[in-house]
Design a protein around this ligand. Structure first.
Ligand code: KG4
Ligand code: ZN
Length: 363
């Protein structure tokens, strides 16, 4: 690797406009990481509205890049490259980022690197903890849910993933139908603390089938039915009903993620990795019950458990900059013909995912 390289990263594939500067000087260092969220813009619509997201990205991207450069104390002339999320994601947002990066590249002559958003997430444990290859990764958020063996910077084996919704979507929907505030994950987790997870019989989708694929859309429907049954019986929802429903839901999601992770660990350990490591990332990884379940599972199998800090688990541009650096370091760059890809699986040999939830294409 070159002695020192500094790169700008740009991310706009969903509802976060982000820019970051990362420097590789022996180790990788995040010089700045700026994220402009859009939660307020989408709050009234019960999900991310692609057109609103794209317009907000187009309006905010150049300010966000300016902030990231300023915070890092660097100018465009100090950079060695520009990395941008080129997919997968909501196409309007991805296009905004790619056009911004192309403009900067054309104006400065700096190399352009189109990064796969999922590779950004998947390589984050290297940026934060220098985790050795191959490691097992669970990406679990409002937009993603998949198991990957990360063999190298550009070599991923997908072991399975959701065939419909991501768990974060199910948390958000559960909160909505129970009248709890968004984002649903923290509200459901709080309510679940005082609940009885055994009161409601909820399905554990795809647990009876072999493999690591998951499904969460049926669970959303089951939650709706359970709520309707309580309302029909009691004329409304009490706090205890909300708590019991949340506890039951969270217990099912935890059980499914833990069991599917157990299977993924089995496949991964068969590769005899020298320092077996299981990394989890994404907003849902913030959930205490899920985290504890995965931690215990890893202890049982003698596998190290790691979770990047939340700001680097959720969408950000530092991960895009870092993934770009790994490509730039080996001279693997794109040019101005780079196009945005709404779907872009990390493992081209894996069965394509059909799901496309409220946050866009899964891969
Ligand atoms: O990674 P993220 O910030 O954005 C993307 O989806 O890309 O993840 C957001 C998701 C939301 O669906 C939110 O409800 C969920 O992560 N989440 C949680 C918790 N905190 C956030 N889910 C369960 N428990 C939590 N404590
Ligand atoms: Zn993401």
């Amino acid at each position: 690797m070159a002695p020192s390289m500094t790169i700008l990263g740009i991310e706009s594939s969903c509802d976060d406009t982000a820019a970051a500067v990362v420097r590789l000087d022996g180790a990788a260092k995040i010089m700045s990481s700026v994220v402009y969220g859009q939660t307020d813009l989408h709050a009234d619509f019960g999900g991310v509205v692609p057109e609103i997201a794209a317009r907000a990205h187009a309006e905010k991207l150049d300010h966000c890049v300016e902030d990231a450069l300023l915070e890092a104390g660097v100018a465009l002339a100090d950079l060695d490259g520009i990395a941008v999320t080129a997919g997968p994601g909501l196409i309007g947002g991805v296009l905004s980022g790619v056009m911004c990066a192309k403009g900067l590249s054309a104006a400065t002559g700096l190399p352009l690197i189109g990064v796969n958003h999922l590779a950004g997430h998947a390589l984050t444990p290297r940026l934060t903890d220098d985790v050795p290859f191959p490691y097992l990764m669970l990406l679990v958020s409002g937009g993603h849910c998949q198991f990957l063996i990360v063999n190298g910077p550009d070599d991923f084996t997908r072991l399975g993933g959701t065939i419909d919704d991501a768990p974060g979507e199910a948390f958000d929907k559960t909160a909505r139908i129970l009248g709890l505030p968004q984002p649903g994950g923290p509200s459901v987790e709080n309510a679940a603390e005082k609940g009885d997870p055994k009161r409601f019989q909820l399905p554990k989708p795809l647990l009876d089938r072999p493999g690591c694929d998951m499904s969460f859309s049926g669970l959303k429907t089951a939650m709706l039915r359970a709520r309707d049954a309580v309302v029909a019986e009691k004329g409304g929802l009490r706090h205890q009903d909300q708590a019991d429903l949340c506890a039951g839901f969270q217990a099912v999601v935890t059980a499914v993620l833990v069991e599917k992770s157990r299977r993924a660990i089995e496949v991964y350990l068969a590769l005899n990795p020298e320092q077996p490591t299981f990394a989890v990332a994404g907003g849902v990884a913030a959930n205490g019950a899920i985290r504890r379940g995965l931690q215990v599972l890893c202890e049982t199998h003698d596998v190290a458990f790691t979770a990047p800090p939340l700001a680097l688990c959720t969408d950000n541009a530092a991960m895009i900059a870092y993934a770009g650096l790994t490509r730039l370091a080996v001279g693997d760059v794109d040019d101005l013909t780079l196009s945005a890809r709404p779907r872009w699986p990390l493992d081209p040999t894996a069965t394509p995912m059909l799901g496309s939830g409220k946050k866009g294409a899964k891969a």
